[in-house]
Write a protein that binds this ligand. Sequence first.
Ligand code: NCD
Length: 337
Amino acid sequence: MMKFQGNHILSVSQFDREAIAKILQVSAQMAPYASRKKRCHVLDGAILSNLFFEPSTRTRVSFGTAFNLLGGFVRETVGQENSSLSKGESLFDTAQVISGYSDVIAMRHPQMHSVEQFAQGSSVPVINGGDGANEHPTQALLDLFTIQSEMMHFNKGLDDLNIVLMGDLKHGRTVHSLSKLLSLYDNVKVTMVAPKALQMPDSVISTLSDAGHEVILTETMAGNLSADVIYQTRIQQERFASKDEAELYRGHFSLNKSVYQKYCQENTVIMHPLPRDSRPEANELDTDLNDLDNLAIFRQAQNGVLVRMALFALTLGVEDQLTDYEKPVNWFTNKNA
Ligand code: NCD
């Protein structure tokens, strides 16, 4: 069994099924704390440095919230322009210094493999919050947690899944990490819907096909996809050479109620890592889907807190001590009303 304590989380490639099962199990144990039924202060006094050198809402805030929910303190740095990286400091030096100030570090950075480089200079565990177009391991884990909990309603698990990934699969790090994780399960069918120029990198496709899974590459949806899950993504404009180039693809893949009814089955779960680009020229996930029970996007974002709590507990080695550090919630909360 993989050892979590003291280790970095940089790529989903470091996990096997057993490790993932452990993460998903500890994540589920976090539910009473996240929903304010109880508090847990197992990380009382610990410090998270949350370093976000690229825009983020969910990932940054849920990392911080997750750490706070376990009783820890969070120190945050946002934007390269506000850090000494803009003075020419190396990632290694920054890591040496920041790791001296903290017990664990979460980091997002626009360059591929930058978080790995940073981790080499860190004396404490580093968790990758997204490194350019490369990977987003914590998102993929929360996506898997979401798929598992949504599939439970249909008496399905993580094997024998039929999943559709759509949009900017070339630059979308969430779908890179998710595809690699899915390759660990049995009999997965993945349909990748993207314009040719934005199709999934070959290395990711081969992770799935080498494991014996069925991968279908297509530029358009046709017929009923019979999908368990349809996972839409945003055109990652920030990864294109120019805005005009991104413009070419924007709006090509709008998932709305009529598309959903045409290509999906009654129970197809709709996911998206968010943010969805709601500008009319993009609108990849129409708000006319908002009233569908199968739209899991906000449950998915909530699950991010559970999974990140679990990753902190595991990397800091306190996953077996949670119940020893519980307290009642003394304020009014309608979270669970
Ligand atoms: C994603 C990301 O940053 O890769 N967002 C997220 O973390 N939930 C997806 C995106 O920005 O499109």
